[in-house]
Design a binder for this molecule. Structure first.
Ligand SMILES: [Cu+2]
Length: 86
């Protein structure tokens, strides 16, 4: 049948992005602490931090599965920071 096309799934098709808001981060050390804890979670491919010193920083986590909030909260807590309530 005309018009039918199939292509294989690529990793990007399965990627989930989760945006977190975290308070209390002040410098590059904070960024690397949070980044390494989040990167250690199963399935996490990329962590991108937009640092807002003295305010609420935004973090975008790209992963190959949906990340449960309690895992994210535990990772952030482990790094010494807190998820901001949305
Ligand atoms: Cu710091």
């Amino acid at each position: 049948m005309a018009g039918h096309s199939a292509r294989p799934f690529r990793d990007e098709d399965l990627m989930t992005t989760t945006t977190l808001h975290i308070t209390g981060m002040t410098c590059g050390h904070c960024v690397s602490a949070v980044t390494s804890e989040l990167t250690a979670l199963d399935g996490v491919q990329d962590v991108s931090v937009d640092l807002v010193t003295g305010g609420t920083s935004s973090i975008v986590v790209s992963s190959s599965r949906r990340l449960p909030l309690d895992e994210l909260r535990a990772a952030v807590d482990e790094a010494g920071y807190e998820l901001a309530d949305d």
